[in-house]
Design a protein around this ligand. Structure first.
Ligand SMILES: Cc1cc2nc3c(=O)[nH]c(=O)nc-3n(C[C@H](O)[C@H](O)[C@H](O)COP(=O)(O)OP(=O)(O)OC[C@H]3O[C@@H](n4cnc5c(N)ncnc54)[C@H](O)[C@@H]3O)c2cc1C
Length: 246
């Protein structure tokens, strides 16, 4: 099975997010980058699928500048066979999807795996756009995936239940929690990743469809006042005088 896993290079979840240029640009200063956690699950599922069948191959791809290569090497260390970096800033989801499609369109991938969303811009658009542009089915928020011969059985979470979908390959899958156990790179993987191929491809001319006007951080949370459980008078007084809700 030939699998393409799309990798988004995202700030570590503990990063302090700030903005520059009058709140129009994300401030990269001091930010550590990681593989988008949902993409790690997608890659782990790809490894499960290629381990259980013969003749599997996993390509990881990112649209990003040279700073994203450490993330691609990590994906190679976890178990991808080769990596592709499309050398460009990811301007918006439409732009990123078109770059990936330009690479993938004549490569006959059986499966294209993305995360359900990228935890930086949280658009959740890539899987749908890829399916549409490639004219193949696309299913997102996928919690379970089984492939037998040329048929994928897909489990999705829906409000209050689950949905089982069957489709022929090729298909785009947006991976969510539960699709696989996350895999960790071992020492052998880390050493081997240094020599695995990482191809750099020039980007295609595509105009992004969106522009960020401004960013705004959420309001700082107020402090918490702890009150002894039997001190009802103080609770009532604070609700009345400070919070002014009674
Ligand atoms: C208006 C706008 C401006 C942006 N400007 C910048 C910018 O200046 N610099 C910057 O670094 N980013 C920028 N981004 C973010 C970048 O374009 C995102 O990577 C892209 O928008 C993905 O769209 P999404 O948020 O819908 O991703 P989602 O659809 O939420 O991502 C789902 C999955 O798609 C795949 N994916 C997402 N991004 C990539 C990628 N880059 N390469 C390969 N696979 C990917 C991953 O598998 C991910 O799990 C911008 C985004 C927007 C909307």
């Amino acid at each position: 099975m030939k699998i393409l896993v799309c990798i988004s290079n995202v700030p570590d979840t503990t990063s302090k997010i700030t903005f520059t240029d009058n709140n129009t640009a994300f401030n990269n200063q001091g930010v550590q980058y990681i593989i988008n956690p949902y993409d790690e699950l997608a890659l782990s599922k790809a490894i499960d699928l290629t381990n259980s069948g013969a003749n599997g191959s996993i390509t990881v791809i990112t649209v990003g500048d040279s700073s994203t290569e450490a993330t691609l090497r990590k994906a190679l260390a976890i178990g991808a066979d080769n990596a592709v970096r499309i050398d460009s800033r990811p301007l918006d989801a439409w732009y990123v999807a078109n770059q990936i499609v330009e690479y993938a369109k004549d490569k006959n991938f059986d499966l294209i795996l993305t995360g359900r969303e990228s935890i930086d811009y949280n658009g959740g658009q890539l899987a749908g756009l890829l399916g549409d542009l490639l004219q193949i089915p696309s299913v997102s928020i996928v919690k379970g995936l089984n492939v037998i011969n040329n048929e994928a059985t897909i489990e999705r979470e829906i409000e209050g239940g689950k949905e089982i979908i069957v489709t022929q390959l090729p298909v785009v899958i947006g991976a969510a929690e539960g699709i696989a156990e996350p895999k960790i790179a071992n020492m052998r993987g880390i050493m081997g990743a240094r020599t695995k191929p990482l191809d750099i491809i020039a980007s295609t001319m595509v105009d992004p469809l969106t522009t960020i006007v401004t960013y705004e951080a959420p309001p700082v949370r107020g402090t918490v006042t702890l009150i002894e459980e039997d001190n009802i008078d103080e609770l009532v007084s604070l609700l009345h005088h400070r919070a002014k809700v009674i």
